[in-house]
Design a protein around this ligand. Structure first.
Ligand SMILES: Nc1nc2c(ncn2[C@@H]2O[C@H](COP(=O)(O)OP(=O)(O)OP(=O)(O)O)[C@@H](O)[C@H]2O)c(=O)[nH]1
Ligand SMILES: O=C([O-])CC(=O)C(=O)O
Ligand SMILES: [Mn+2]
Length: 612
């Protein structure tokens, strides 16, 4: 360790832009440990963005795109091993192992800190440590949710500037004593004096670690968004879910949208689908049915608490969109295309065109004749591999979304009328099912299943239970989490609770294609949902809940045969009976922590399916 001592840099804290002694002490401690060459306090200004992106272009991390088509926007390629969230390397370090529960990896907090402290020792040598003061949700909230991320990655700073409210105004709002979530991030790639940097520094050893009791996050070794933009999954879901448990609210992996009917009735809907299962697309939906309008409030995270009027209010804590690129095109998600066309965006692991624009699978019907692929290689339509990584992402300001709802910035949030749970299932799960009541809806959420996607490292297409689409994000014991959902419902006025629905856009027909056209046509399902709220649409009682009658779903003008519609809505008792053993095994994992009401729901389902 003598090399580190030799290069020890002592940083002055005489002239810092805050009087927050707790913050200063923590930064001093981290700087002493990690040994950066410089400390930069981020102000969030345009000038800072320009300087950082210029620097990243010079370093080869970013390529500036054509200012005509993508102004102030950049193309980034990661190390090919650093492309997604790493669930195997994600830990909930609660004091008591039982508090991490069966859905999380657990390590003793003291042991984890000791191990990571050795990784962090000297890890920022040769680099700048950036101080990013940020706020999840509006800064003018009565209870602003501050965080400070320390990182040695300029790419992270640029991304955080898009994804969260950050900079001097946040630091000022923190004053000298505000609570904040300390978020420490390093790519884990110190530079020896004179050593040439690589375009995407990272480390093969990765840790994404949450300390729930201390409300603290330590991340090491990865620069990929879900692992490194610590305000997002780590804070707004894993840590915030623990805050919600303790304080009586919910932090959920949900989009928030505003739906206006042809008569002008406004409804707010939240929806939880697992990663890469359609949240961004639904949040920005352009309905094909006349007179219906969708506006966007959020595409990934919702914080929900009960208002004084007894209704459940949802707020999007983020400020940007970190969307799956492949599949996004003018046909599927025109509003996302319009959002990125305004520029000011980062594109990671997509392909680059010859004229300095970006491309990915699904953007246009035909691929360009020549591209540079996400690995930096020449690509033609004859190439064997996709040009863009399946988990390539666009990172763009939500304020650029042309259908942003004006109330997106209201710290009170919006009152939710319906919650949708959904997954990616080729069979079994109908297009939409209404829960009988809150507890039944919690059962639907708790037993949600989906095929794995490229959003996380590992095998794609494997069916797994993903409760409330929160499997990788519940920061505590999943059984307690289900109990929390149940108890919030019990304490509420049943009339004012959102109604719960279960949707599946991904059922396949016998040819292997999607049975339901999806995207803009999903507005038809939203219409049925609000007509159920109004009590005007018909439904069929089935063993799993209430499913539209074929006549009640508006399929006007849709090229769908009665047989195809029947498949979309089908509840096949045989398929469901085959599902029950897996649901049972899943619920058993939670042992005594599982609310007995969920066992009662399973018993009811079995009875209705004729299982004795
Ligand atoms: N077939 C079909 N595909 C869809 C539909 N909605 C979205 N997709 C595709 O599913 C993929 C993921 O969609 P997103 O909307 O980005 O998913 P997300 O839930 O926001 O994902 P994360 O950002 O990872 O949390 C994209 O390739 C979409 O094109 C749909 O209704 N039908
Ligand atoms: O966190 C990420 O990397 C992107 C995301 O929204 C998800 O995976 O759900
Ligand atoms: Mn997500």
């Amino acid at each position: 360790m003598t090399a580190i001592a030799d290069h020890h840099v002592s940083h002055s804290f005489d002239d810092v832009p805050t009087s927050h002694q707790g913050l200063i002490a923590w930064i001093r401690e981290v700087a002493d440990l990690t040994q950066p060459d410089r400390i930069h306090w981020c102000d969030g200004s345009d000038a800072e963005w320009t300087a950082l992106t210029d620097e990243l272009v010079a370093a080869g991390t970013l390529v500036r795109l054509d200012p005509e088509t993508k102004p102030n926007s950049f193309w980034a390629r990661t190390d090919p091993t650093d492309v997604a969230r790493v669930e195997e390397r994600t830990f909930i370090c609660s004091v008591d192992e039982a508090d991490a529960g069966p859905t999380n990896n657990w390590r003793d907090p003291a042991e984890m800190k000791a191990e990571m402290t050795e990784l962090y020792r000297g890890c920022m040598r040769g680099r700048t440590m950036y101080v990013i003061p940020f706020c999840m949700g509006p800064v003018n909230s009565p209870n602003p949710m501050f965080g400070v991320e320390l990182t040695d990655s300029a790419y992270v700073v640029a991304s955080m500037r898009i994804m969260a409210r950050m900079g001097t105004h946040v630091l000022e709002a923190m004053g000298s004593s505000a609570d904040f979530v300390p978020c420490l991030h390093s790519v884990g790639a110190p530079l020896e004096p004179g050593q040439q940097d690589v375009p995407w520094p990272c480390n093969q050893t990765k840790f994404i670690t949450q300390f729930p009791e201390e409300r603290m996050i330590w991340s090491y070794g990865s620069g990929y968004g879900g692992n490194s933009l610590l305000g997002k999954k780590c804070y707004s879901l894993r840590i915030a879910s623990v805050m919600g448990r303790d304080e009586g609210w919910l932090a959920e992996h949900m989009l928030i949208l505003k739906l206006t009917s042809p008569l002008g009735t406004v409804r707010y809907i939240a929806a939880a689908f697992p990663s890469a299962c359609g949240k961004t697309n639904l949040a920005m939906l352009e309905p094909t049915i006349p007179g219906w309008k969708v506006e966007t409030l959020g595409d990934d995270i919702a914080w929900m608490r009960f208002g004084d009027d007894g209704r459940l209010y949802a707020l999007n804590p983020e400020y940007g969109l970190f969307g799956v690129a492949p599949g996004t095109g003018w046909k599927t998600n025109p509003n996302a295309m319009r959002t990125i066309a305004k520029g000011n965006s980062l594109f990671t692991n997509v392909a680059l065109t010859g004229d300095g624009d970006i491309w990915w699978e699904g953007m246009t019907k035909d691929a360009p004749a020549h591209l540079t692929d996400w690995k930096g290689r020449e690509w033609t339509p004859e190439s064997d591999e996709p040009a863009a990584h399946p988990n390539s992402r666009f990172c763009t300001p939500i304020t650029q979304c042309p259908i942003i709802a004006p109330e997106y910035d209201d710290p009170r949030g919006v009152p939710i009328s319906a919650i949708l749970f959904g997954g990616r299932r080729a069979t079994t799960i109908p297009l939409v099912t209404e829960a009988r009541d809150w507890t039944h809806g919690v059962f639907m959420g708790a037993t949600l299943s989906s095929e794995t996607t490229a959003a996380a490292a590992g095998k794609v297409g494997v069916i797994r239970r993903d409760p409330m689409a929160m499997l990788p994000f519940i920061g505590y014991n999943g059984g307690d989490y289900f109990g929390h959902w149940i108890s919030l419902g019990k304490d509420a006025d049943a009339e004012k609770l959102p109604k719960i629905f279960y949707v599946n856009w991904f059922r396949r027909d016998e040819d292997g294609g999607f049975a339901w056209p999806g995207f803009g046509e999903n507005g038809r399902v939203l219409k049925w949902v609000v007509e159920r709220l109004d009590g005007t649409a018909e439904a069929t009682e089935t063993p799993i809940g209430r499913v539209p009658t074929p006549e009640s779903l508006d399929v006007d003008g849709l090229d769908l045969t009665p047989q195809q519609l029947e498949l979309c809505l089908r509840v096949d008792p045989g398929e469901w009976r085959a599902e029950v053993p897996d649901i049972t095994a899943w619920l058993e994992k939670f042992g005594d922590k599982l609310p007995t009401l969920l066992w009662a729901e399973l018993d009811g389902l079995k009875t209705r399916l004729g299982i004795t």
